[in-house]
Design a protein around this ligand. Structure first.
Ligand code: OXD
Ligand code: MN
Length: 591
């Protein structure tokens, strides 16, 4: 039986949206079987080949509904200052006046699904409950993969004895009109309202809306961190485990890094890599004063193009069965294909539903096409991935797509310096959000589209957490797999070979690893990151680790302007870190 607070909210929503019926999702196999059958019958889904993709389905979105819409995403905090300059803001009452009426009668002729879901492992003090109400069975099918759905969430509410303590998410497909598309967050009401989009990041409300935007607000209030980070575990040949978390902007390879297959030489030596999560980490202090992380999600919502047996065999194995594919290409034998998977098929139906052959100019799969796959199916999923206590984090890695300037890897001198590095991260834009592909933009801690409050307050929160953790805080690093030469060729092989960089990071947190000081932080020696074993041309090796004084002075100048844009709220230590970088660059240029 649902509790009173929950039943009351569901009744209110039903009275407003006037669905034909209300269905409480229990997350069972039987329930999803019936829903999938229904969606196959009405053409929402195509059932994929039962041998090659058992229990899996294919979907196409509306062609205008393929990515997150940052310009239509709002943080409706009480004041504009609370939302800060990086968020769209509207006062709660004003936004309610705009969006509430969109829901009047919007579910007429449809079924209203009530999805109780749990973010985090059952029984974890870090886990939290959400309820999503939606009129989209496609959203239900995705949420069932991405979250722990059903009684497990209701039980958790009861265990806490806080029956009203859930995040409300109200979603309707509306008519998919982009002009009516709104993704609204009301931090003071614990409420998300999403209208007119079925795209994952806009409609699966447990993910970006709850686990990052609203959770970041809760985290600040309650003294923890909600971050756009993968979590992975590395075991060295002696059997010592090191867990790291890494923040990269959307579609910059978090899923690939989280499931990395080490090169043969590492495997032979006894190294292994385990996945805990590929997108979101909630981090909290443990009793020993260290930061522990859980993955609040239950599945992967991964970018399909570029995923192959070479680049990420573990992701492919994860989505072989019981998965959902959206906006990839469909083959005549009811299997799926996307650019980069393998050689192009002779014929396919593209993501728009049109016939496609390899001489077509446009790709067969949308660049932001996705697979939704159960995390438990990942061959390298960690035995600790559902540990209620989480895993202790030894290193935090920032990264972005930078074709120039930023070296392969460097290490911050302190937590404060690391916070500065995260705060001033920039990356080239990807297809995960609408607009501006390839443009360089600031994406602090990879949280630009996901921080639910003032970005400068968020930086202060990082600094405060660092004060509290002191010497027990993780070491901080920055990586860039995407540096190119003058002809545009990648300098670094990436993928499995990123293990060389991870090994250096593990060595550094263990007190070893050769490093040299530079104005931007500690750099590895070429030998410490395997340039010899990789047979890299020394010129390429030098370019990968180069800190060009002129480029970096220009970078520091631009950063100074960016930071100044945050006005009075900017923590002064971040401006000081930037001044110190400039001074060190100037000194090194003079010598
Ligand atoms: C995602 C994103 O889908 O960051 O994870 O856009
Ligand atoms: Mn993401």
């Amino acid at each position: 039986m649902p509790n009173q607070a929950l039943q009351q909210w569901v009744d209110e929503v039903a009275a407003q949206t006037t669905p034909d019926s209300v269905h409480w999702c229990d997350g069972s196999d039987e329930e999803i079987g019936l829903l999938n059958d229904m969606m196959v019958d009405d053409g929402t889904l195509v059932r994929l080949d039962g041998d090659k993709h058992p229990g899996s389905y294919y979907a196409r979105s509306d062609i205008n509904d393929v990515a997150r819409v940052e310009d239509r995403t709002f943080i409706c905090a009480a004041t504009e200052d609370e939302a800060g300059p990086t968020n769209n803001w509207m006062a709660p009452a004003e936004m309610h006046a705009v969006v509430d009426s969109l829901y009047d009668g919007c579910m007429a002729g449809r079924t209203m699904y009530v999805i109780p879901y749990l973010m985090g492992p059952p029984g974890s003090p870090m886990s939290k409950v959400g309820i999503e109400i939606t009129d989209s069975p496609y959203v239900v099918a995705n949420m069932r993969i991405m979250t722990r759905m059903g009684q497990v969430a209701i039980d958790e509410l009861e265990r806490d004895g806080q029956e009203g303590d859930f995040v409300k998410g109200l979603h309707s497909t509306g008519n998919l009109d982009p002009e009516q598309r709104y993704i609204c967050h009301f931090p003071d009401e614990n409420l998300i309202m999403s209208f007119s989009s079925n795209y994952g990041g806009n409609a699966l409300l447990g993910k970006k809306c709850f686990a990052l935007r609203l959770a970041s607000v809760l985290a600040r209030r309650e003294g923890w961190m909600a971050e756009h980070m993968l979590i992975l575990g590395l075991t060295d040949p002696e059997g010592t485990k090191t867990y790291v978390a890494a923040a990269f902007p959307s579609a910059c390879g978090k899923t690939n890094l989280a499931m990395l297959v080490p090169p043969e030489s590492f495997l032979e030596a006894g190294w292994s890599v385990e996945t805990i999560g590929d997108d979101i980490a909630w981090l909290k202090f443990g009793e020993d004063g260290r930061l522990y992380a859980i993955n609040p999600e239950y599945g992967f919502f991964g970018v399909a193009p570029g995923t192959s047996d070479e680049t990420n065999p573990n992701a492919l194995a994860s989505c072989r069965a019981n998965s959902l594919f959206t906006n990839v290409a469909l083959l005549p034998d009811n299997t799926v294909w996307w650019e980069g998977l393998c050689d192009p098929p002779a014929e396919a139906t593209d993501w728009k539903g049109n016939p496609w052959t390899p001489d077509a100019e446009a790709p067969a799969a949308h660049p932001n096409s996705r697979f939704t796959a159960p995390a438990g199916q990942c061959p390298c999923i960690s035995p600790d991935w559902e540990s209620p206590a989480g895993v202790p984090i030894s290193a935090i890695i920032f990264g972005g797509r930078r074709s120039s300037t930023t070296p392969l890897v460097y290490q911050a001198r302190s937590w404060q310096h690391g916070t500065y590095i995260g705060a001033t991260m920039t990356s080239e834009k990807t297809a995960a959000a609408v607009g501006g592909l390839g443009e360089l933009r600031h994406d602090p801690m990879a949280m630009l589209p996901f921080c639910g409050y003032h970005m400068a307050d968020y930086w202060q929160h990082w600094l405060d957490v660092g004060e509290r953790g002191g010497a027990k805080m993780p070491d901080v690093f920055h990586v860039n797999w995407f540096r190119r030469d003058a002809e545009g060729n990648w300098l670094w092989p990436g993928f499995g070979e990123n293990m060389w960089v991870l090994k250096w990071i593990v060595d550094r947190v263990g007190g070893g690893g050769e490093a040299v000081e530079s104005p931007i932080g500690w750099l590895p020696t070429a030998a410490a990151v395997g340039f010899d074993e990789l047979g890299l041309d020394p010129i390429v090796g030098e370019a990968l680790l180069e800190v060009n004084v002129e480029d970096w002075l220009a970078e520091a100048n631009e950063r100074a302007e960016y930071l100044a844009g945050f006005g009075e709220k900017l923590p002064t230590v971040l401006a000081e870190e930037n001044d110190s970088l400039t001074a060190q660059l100037q000194a090194s240029g003079d010598s």
